[in-house]
Design a binder for this molecule. Structure first.
Ligand SMILES: [Zn+2]
Length: 402
Protein backbone atom coordinates (compact mmCIF):
# COMPACT_ATOMS: atom_id res chain seq x y z
CA UNK A 1 0.00 0.00 0.00
CA UNK A 2 1.20 3.46 -0.85
CA UNK A 3 0.82 5.99 1.96
CA UNK A 4 -0.16 9.45 0.69
CA UNK A 5 2.58 12.05 1.21
CA UNK A 6 0.16 14.43 2.89
CA UNK A 7 -0.60 11.83 5.57
CA UNK A 8 3.09 11.27 6.21
CA UNK A 9 3.62 15.00 6.66
CA UNK A 10 0.68 15.14 9.07
CA UNK A 11 2.07 12.20 11.07
CA UNK A 12 5.54 13.71 11.28
CA UNK A 13 4.09 17.03 12.36
CA UNK A 14 1.99 15.33 15.04
CA UNK A 15 5.02 13.41 16.35
CA UNK A 16 7.08 16.61 16.51
CA UNK A 17 4.29 18.43 18.30
CA UNK A 18 4.02 15.74 20.95
CA UNK A 19 7.80 15.57 21.36
CA UNK A 20 7.76 19.35 21.78
CA UNK A 21 5.00 19.16 24.39
CA UNK A 22 6.98 16.59 26.40
CA UNK A 23 10.09 18.74 26.31
CA UNK A 24 10.32 21.82 28.50
CA UNK A 25 13.14 24.04 29.65
CA UNK A 26 13.69 25.71 33.00
CA UNK A 27 15.99 28.63 33.55
CA UNK A 28 17.09 29.93 36.96
CA UNK A 29 19.66 32.15 38.66
CA UNK A 30 21.48 29.02 39.78
CA UNK A 31 21.05 25.39 40.74
CA UNK A 32 22.49 23.39 43.60
CA UNK A 33 23.09 19.95 42.12
CA UNK A 34 22.55 17.97 45.36
CA UNK A 35 26.18 17.00 45.75
CA UNK A 36 27.82 20.35 46.46
CA UNK A 37 28.16 21.88 43.00
CA UNK A 38 26.49 25.18 42.13
CA UNK A 39 25.56 25.74 38.49
CA UNK A 40 25.17 29.46 37.73
CA UNK A 41 22.62 30.76 35.21
CA UNK A 42 21.30 27.26 34.75
CA UNK A 43 19.23 25.80 31.94
CA UNK A 44 17.59 22.44 32.62
CA UNK A 45 15.92 20.54 29.80
CA UNK A 46 13.22 18.08 30.86
CA UNK A 47 11.85 15.44 28.52
CA UNK A 48 9.51 12.54 29.25
CA UNK A 49 9.66 13.08 32.99
CA UNK A 50 13.47 13.00 33.11
CA UNK A 51 16.24 15.54 33.09
CA UNK A 52 17.57 15.47 29.52
CA UNK A 53 20.28 18.10 29.80
CA UNK A 54 21.81 20.60 32.24
CA UNK A 55 23.63 23.63 30.83
CA UNK A 56 24.94 26.95 32.05
CA UNK A 57 25.01 30.51 30.77
CA UNK A 58 22.98 30.28 27.58
CA UNK A 59 20.55 32.96 26.54
CA UNK A 60 17.53 30.83 25.70
CA UNK A 61 13.85 31.46 26.16
CA UNK A 62 12.71 28.96 28.73
CA UNK A 63 9.22 27.56 29.29
CA UNK A 64 9.72 28.25 33.00
CA UNK A 65 11.66 31.41 33.64
CA UNK A 66 12.78 31.14 37.26
CA UNK A 67 15.57 33.68 37.06
CA UNK A 68 15.16 35.11 40.56
CA UNK A 69 15.26 31.65 42.07
CA UNK A 70 17.56 28.74 42.96
CA UNK A 71 16.71 25.26 41.72
CA UNK A 72 17.35 22.25 43.95
CA UNK A 73 16.69 18.55 43.51
CA UNK A 74 13.27 17.70 44.97
CA UNK A 75 13.73 17.49 48.74
CA UNK A 76 13.54 14.14 50.54
CA UNK A 77 12.37 13.51 54.11
CA UNK A 78 13.35 10.02 55.25
CA UNK A 79 11.08 10.02 58.31
CA UNK A 80 7.49 11.20 58.38
CA UNK A 81 4.23 9.84 59.76
CA UNK A 82 1.95 10.94 56.97
CA UNK A 83 -1.21 9.49 58.51
CA UNK A 84 -1.02 11.52 61.72
CA UNK A 85 -3.23 14.59 61.97
CA UNK A 86 -5.41 16.73 64.20
CA UNK A 87 -8.92 15.43 63.60
CA UNK A 88 -12.36 16.86 64.04
CA UNK A 89 -11.98 17.39 67.79
CA UNK A 90 -8.78 19.32 67.09
CA UNK A 91 -6.50 16.78 68.76
CA UNK A 92 -4.18 14.01 67.59
CA UNK A 93 -6.37 11.32 69.19
CA UNK A 94 -8.64 11.09 66.12
CA UNK A 95 -11.35 9.56 68.28
CA UNK A 96 -14.52 8.48 66.48
CA UNK A 97 -13.03 8.98 63.04
CA UNK A 98 -14.07 6.81 60.09
CA UNK A 99 -11.43 5.19 57.83
CA UNK A 100 -12.60 7.46 54.98
CA UNK A 101 -12.02 10.57 57.07
CA UNK A 102 -8.62 9.29 58.19
CA UNK A 103 -7.37 8.57 54.68
CA UNK A 104 -8.46 11.99 53.43
CA UNK A 105 -6.43 13.64 56.18
CA UNK A 106 -3.44 11.61 54.99
CA UNK A 107 -4.07 12.76 51.41
CA UNK A 108 -4.09 16.35 52.67
CA UNK A 109 -0.77 15.78 54.43
CA UNK A 110 0.66 14.36 51.20
CA UNK A 111 -0.44 17.47 49.30
CA UNK A 112 0.92 19.85 51.95
CA UNK A 113 4.24 18.02 51.97
CA UNK A 114 4.62 18.18 48.18
CA UNK A 115 3.78 21.90 48.12
CA UNK A 116 6.58 22.41 50.68
CA UNK A 117 9.09 21.06 48.15
CA UNK A 118 9.37 17.48 49.38
CA UNK A 119 8.95 15.27 46.32
CA UNK A 120 9.82 12.03 48.14
CA UNK A 121 9.02 10.98 51.69
CA UNK A 122 9.44 7.81 53.66
CA UNK A 123 6.57 7.13 56.04
CA UNK A 124 7.48 4.84 58.93
CA UNK A 125 4.76 3.95 58.85
CA UNK A 126 1.11 2.97 58.75
CA UNK A 127 -1.02 0.41 56.87
CA UNK A 128 -2.97 3.31 55.33
CA UNK A 129 0.23 4.48 53.58
CA UNK A 130 -0.12 1.62 51.11
CA UNK A 131 -3.34 2.96 49.57
CA UNK A 132 -2.04 6.54 49.59
CA UNK A 133 1.20 5.39 47.95
CA UNK A 134 -0.78 3.65 45.19
CA UNK A 135 -3.13 6.63 44.73
CA UNK A 136 -0.22 9.05 44.28
CA UNK A 137 1.53 6.62 41.93
CA UNK A 138 -1.56 6.55 39.69
CA UNK A 139 -0.53 10.08 38.82
CA UNK A 140 -3.64 12.12 39.53
CA UNK A 141 -3.57 12.90 43.24
CA UNK A 142 -0.78 15.35 44.07
CA UNK A 143 1.69 14.04 46.61
CA UNK A 144 5.32 13.11 47.07
CA UNK A 145 6.65 9.74 45.98
CA UNK A 146 5.76 7.74 49.08
CA UNK A 147 7.57 4.76 50.53
CA UNK A 148 6.45 3.00 53.68
CA UNK A 149 7.28 0.43 56.34
CA UNK A 150 3.53 -0.30 56.88
CA UNK A 151 3.72 -1.88 60.38
CA UNK A 152 6.60 -1.71 62.88
CA UNK A 153 8.42 -4.42 64.81
CA UNK A 154 8.91 -4.11 68.57
CA UNK A 155 9.88 -6.25 71.56
CA UNK A 156 6.41 -7.86 71.59
CA UNK A 157 6.55 -9.05 67.98
CA UNK A 158 7.94 -12.33 69.27
CA UNK A 159 10.92 -14.64 69.24
CA UNK A 160 13.67 -14.13 66.67
CA UNK A 161 11.96 -16.74 64.46
CA UNK A 162 8.60 -15.01 64.78
CA UNK A 163 10.27 -11.71 63.94
CA UNK A 164 11.82 -13.22 60.79
CA UNK A 165 8.39 -14.47 59.72
CA UNK A 166 6.94 -11.00 60.41
CA UNK A 167 9.59 -9.44 58.13
CA UNK A 168 8.65 -11.84 55.32
CA UNK A 169 4.98 -10.91 55.75
CA UNK A 170 5.86 -7.23 55.52
CA UNK A 171 7.75 -7.91 52.31
CA UNK A 172 4.76 -9.80 50.89
CA UNK A 173 2.46 -6.93 51.89
CA UNK A 174 4.54 -4.47 49.85
CA UNK A 175 6.69 -2.79 52.50
CA UNK A 176 9.59 -0.72 51.14
CA UNK A 177 11.57 -1.00 54.37
CA UNK A 178 11.31 -2.33 57.93
CA UNK A 179 10.90 -0.12 61.01
CA UNK A 180 12.01 -1.40 64.41
CA UNK A 181 11.48 0.05 67.88
CA UNK A 182 14.64 -1.01 69.71
CA UNK A 183 14.12 1.44 72.56
CA UNK A 184 11.33 3.12 74.47
CA UNK A 185 9.98 6.48 73.41
CA UNK A 186 12.02 9.53 74.39
CA UNK A 187 8.99 10.49 76.52
CA UNK A 188 9.61 7.34 78.56
CA UNK A 189 13.37 7.65 78.88
CA UNK A 190 14.42 5.80 75.73
CA UNK A 191 15.95 2.65 77.28
CA UNK A 192 16.49 -0.47 75.16
CA UNK A 193 13.41 -2.67 74.68
CA UNK A 194 14.17 -5.29 72.00
CA UNK A 195 16.96 -7.73 72.85
CA UNK A 196 20.13 -7.71 70.77
CA UNK A 197 18.97 -11.06 69.31
CA UNK A 198 15.58 -9.65 68.29
CA UNK A 199 17.20 -6.66 66.60
CA UNK A 200 19.69 -8.86 64.76
CA UNK A 201 16.92 -11.23 63.62
CA UNK A 202 14.87 -8.36 62.17
CA UNK A 203 17.77 -6.67 60.40
CA UNK A 204 19.30 -9.94 59.17
CA UNK A 205 16.04 -11.20 57.68
CA UNK A 206 15.24 -7.80 56.16
CA UNK A 207 18.61 -7.78 54.44
CA UNK A 208 18.02 -11.32 53.19
CA UNK A 209 14.73 -10.32 51.53
CA UNK A 210 16.14 -7.05 50.18
CA UNK A 211 14.67 -4.54 52.62
CA UNK A 212 16.40 -1.71 54.46
CA UNK A 213 15.95 -1.30 58.24
CA UNK A 214 15.25 1.88 60.18
CA UNK A 215 15.80 1.50 63.91
CA UNK A 216 14.21 3.75 66.52
CA UNK A 217 16.93 3.90 69.19
CA UNK A 218 17.56 6.54 71.84
CA UNK A 219 19.83 4.94 74.45
CA UNK A 220 23.48 4.05 73.77
CA UNK A 221 22.87 0.29 74.18
CA UNK A 222 19.95 0.29 71.70
CA UNK A 223 22.11 2.15 69.17
CA UNK A 224 24.88 -0.41 69.58
CA UNK A 225 22.35 -3.24 69.16
CA UNK A 226 21.30 -1.73 65.82
CA UNK A 227 24.87 -1.32 64.58
CA UNK A 228 25.92 -4.79 65.70
CA UNK A 229 22.71 -6.29 64.30
CA UNK A 230 23.59 -5.15 60.79
CA UNK A 231 20.79 -2.58 60.52
CA UNK A 232 20.81 0.17 57.88
CA UNK A 233 19.87 3.31 59.80
CA UNK A 234 19.63 4.49 63.39
CA UNK A 235 16.92 7.10 63.88
CA UNK A 236 16.59 9.56 66.81
CA UNK A 237 19.75 8.59 68.74
CA UNK A 238 19.10 11.39 71.19
CA UNK A 239 21.40 9.88 73.85
CA UNK A 240 24.21 8.96 71.47
CA UNK A 241 27.61 9.73 72.98
CA UNK A 242 30.71 10.36 70.87
CA UNK A 243 31.45 6.61 71.16
CA UNK A 244 28.17 5.58 69.43
CA UNK A 245 28.55 8.33 66.83
CA UNK A 246 32.02 7.02 66.04
CA UNK A 247 30.75 3.44 65.96
CA UNK A 248 28.05 4.31 63.39
CA UNK A 249 30.59 6.14 61.25
CA UNK A 250 33.14 3.33 61.32
CA UNK A 251 30.52 0.67 60.47
CA UNK A 252 28.88 2.72 57.71
CA UNK A 253 25.51 2.89 59.45
CA UNK A 254 23.48 5.96 58.52
CA UNK A 255 22.35 8.22 61.34
CA UNK A 256 19.10 10.15 61.18
CA UNK A 257 18.80 12.50 64.15
CA UNK A 258 15.67 14.67 64.49
CA UNK A 259 16.57 17.83 66.34
CA UNK A 260 14.73 20.78 64.85
CA UNK A 261 11.05 20.01 64.32
CA UNK A 262 9.51 17.05 66.11
CA UNK A 263 9.97 18.08 69.76
CA UNK A 264 9.33 21.74 69.02
CA UNK A 265 6.09 20.78 67.26
CA UNK A 266 4.88 18.72 70.26
CA UNK A 267 5.50 21.69 72.56
CA UNK A 268 3.81 24.16 70.21
CA UNK A 269 0.78 21.85 70.05
CA UNK A 270 0.89 20.62 73.65
CA UNK A 271 -2.88 20.89 74.23
CA UNK A 272 -3.62 18.89 71.06
CA UNK A 273 -1.42 16.01 72.25
CA UNK A 274 -1.79 16.16 76.03
CA UNK A 275 -3.50 13.11 77.55
CA UNK A 276 -2.81 10.76 74.62
CA UNK A 277 -0.60 7.80 75.67
CA UNK A 278 2.73 9.01 77.01
CA UNK A 279 2.00 12.67 76.22
CA UNK A 280 1.64 13.49 79.93
CA UNK A 281 3.44 15.82 82.35
CA UNK A 282 6.42 13.52 82.59
CA UNK A 283 6.50 12.93 78.83
CA UNK A 284 6.52 16.65 78.06
CA UNK A 285 9.24 17.18 80.68
CA UNK A 286 11.40 14.67 78.77
CA UNK A 287 10.58 16.47 75.52
CA UNK A 288 11.66 19.86 76.89
CA UNK A 289 14.87 18.45 78.34
CA UNK A 290 15.54 16.63 75.08
CA UNK A 291 15.88 19.72 72.90
CA UNK A 292 19.22 21.03 74.27
CA UNK A 293 20.42 17.43 74.73
CA UNK A 294 19.82 16.63 71.05
CA UNK A 295 21.46 19.88 69.99
CA UNK A 296 24.62 18.95 71.86
CA UNK A 297 24.51 15.41 70.46
CA UNK A 298 24.15 16.78 66.91
CA UNK A 299 27.08 19.17 67.37
CA UNK A 300 29.13 16.15 68.43
CA UNK A 301 27.90 14.28 65.36
CA UNK A 302 29.13 17.09 63.09
CA UNK A 303 32.64 16.51 64.41
CA UNK A 304 32.69 12.82 63.45
CA UNK A 305 34.42 12.25 60.13
CA UNK A 306 32.53 10.05 57.72
CA UNK A 307 29.27 9.92 59.72
CA UNK A 308 26.44 9.83 57.19
CA UNK A 309 23.83 12.25 58.53
CA UNK A 310 20.40 11.83 57.03
CA UNK A 311 17.72 14.47 57.05
CA UNK A 312 14.56 13.00 58.53
CA UNK A 313 12.15 14.96 60.67
CA UNK A 314 9.79 12.45 62.32
CA UNK A 315 7.02 14.85 61.27
CA UNK A 316 3.65 14.09 62.81
CA UNK A 317 0.39 16.02 63.23
CA UNK A 318 1.10 19.74 63.13
CA UNK A 319 4.47 19.33 61.42
CA UNK A 320 3.48 18.24 57.91
CA UNK A 321 4.63 20.79 55.36
CA UNK A 322 7.28 22.10 57.74
CA UNK A 323 10.02 19.51 57.18
CA UNK A 324 12.44 22.21 56.03
CA UNK A 325 12.51 23.53 59.61
CA UNK A 326 14.80 20.60 60.48
CA UNK A 327 17.34 21.77 57.90
CA UNK A 328 17.04 25.42 58.94
CA UNK A 329 17.60 24.48 62.59
CA UNK A 330 20.63 22.33 61.76
CA UNK A 331 22.24 25.21 59.90
CA UNK A 332 21.13 28.23 61.93
CA UNK A 333 21.23 26.79 65.45
CA UNK A 334 23.55 23.76 65.30
CA UNK A 335 26.06 25.31 62.89
CA UNK A 336 26.05 22.73 60.08
CA UNK A 337 27.35 24.04 56.74
CA UNK A 338 24.41 24.84 54.46
CA UNK A 339 25.99 22.94 51.55
CA UNK A 340 26.28 19.82 53.72
CA UNK A 341 22.73 20.11 55.04
CA UNK A 342 21.42 20.50 51.48
CA UNK A 343 23.42 17.49 50.28
CA UNK A 344 22.01 15.48 53.21
CA UNK A 345 18.39 16.26 52.30
CA UNK A 346 18.93 15.44 48.63
CA UNK A 347 21.72 13.13 47.42
CA UNK A 348 22.56 11.41 50.73
CA UNK A 349 18.91 10.78 51.58
CA UNK A 350 18.42 9.33 48.09
CA UNK A 351 21.35 7.00 48.65
CA UNK A 352 19.98 5.84 52.02
CA UNK A 353 16.61 4.93 50.50
CA UNK A 354 18.35 3.27 47.53
CA UNK A 355 16.94 5.65 44.92
CA UNK A 356 20.13 7.54 44.11
CA UNK A 357 20.03 6.35 40.50
CA UNK A 358 16.76 8.29 40.05
CA UNK A 359 16.51 11.19 42.50
CA UNK A 360 18.51 13.47 44.78
CA UNK A 361 20.80 15.07 42.20
CA UNK A 362 20.41 17.31 39.18
CA UNK A 363 22.00 15.51 36.24
CA UNK A 364 20.98 14.17 32.85
CA UNK A 365 19.09 10.90 33.16
CA UNK A 366 17.65 11.58 36.61
CA UNK A 367 13.91 11.90 37.28
CA UNK A 368 12.79 15.49 36.82
CA UNK A 369 12.08 16.13 40.52
CA UNK A 370 12.99 19.81 40.83
CA UNK A 371 12.04 22.61 43.18
CA UNK A 372 12.85 26.31 43.13
CA UNK A 373 13.23 28.56 46.15
CA UNK A 374 13.20 32.32 46.47
CA UNK A 375 16.80 33.26 47.29
CA UNK A 376 20.04 31.37 47.66
CA UNK A 377 19.78 28.73 50.42
CA UNK A 378 23.59 28.47 50.60
CA UNK A 379 23.62 32.06 51.92
CA UNK A 380 20.20 32.13 53.59
CA UNK A 381 18.88 28.71 54.54
CA UNK A 382 15.43 30.15 55.30
CA UNK A 383 14.93 30.31 51.52
CA UNK A 384 13.68 26.73 51.98
CA UNK A 385 10.52 28.23 53.51
CA UNK A 386 9.88 29.98 50.20
CA UNK A 387 9.14 27.17 47.75
CA UNK A 388 7.93 28.78 44.53
CA UNK A 389 8.02 25.90 42.07
CA UNK A 390 7.59 22.14 42.39
CA UNK A 391 8.03 19.60 39.60
CA UNK A 392 7.89 15.85 40.18
CA UNK A 393 8.55 13.42 37.36
CA UNK A 394 8.37 16.30 34.88
CA UNK A 395 4.91 17.35 36.02
CA UNK A 396 4.54 20.84 37.47
CA UNK A 397 2.50 20.78 40.69
CA UNK A 398 3.25 24.31 41.86
CA UNK A 399 4.36 27.45 40.10
CA UNK A 400 3.96 30.75 41.84
CA UNK A 401 7.19 32.11 40.40
CA UNK A 402 5.91 34.01 37.38
ZN1 LIG B 1 8.89 8.34 63.93
Amino acid sequence: MKIPAALIITLVWALNASAQADRVTLRAASAFDGKGRTIPDVIIVVANGKIADVRSGEAVTANYDLRGLTILPGLIDTHVHLDTHFGKDGTASNRGETPAQAILYEAENAYTTLMAGFTTVQSIGSPSDVEVREAIARGVMPGPRLITSIRPINENTGTPDQIRAFVRTLKADGADLVKLFASKSSREGGTQTMTDEQVAAACGEARAVGLRTWVHAHSPSSIRAAVNGGCTVVTHGSQATPAELQLMASRGVYFEPNIGLVSQNYLENRSRYFGIGNFDEQGFAFTEKGIPMKLEMFRNALKVNGLKLLMGTDAGAGAHGRSAEEIIYRVQIAGQRAADALANVTSLNAQAIELSNRIGTIAAGMDADLVAVDGDPLKDITALRRIRFVMRGGHVYKNIAQ
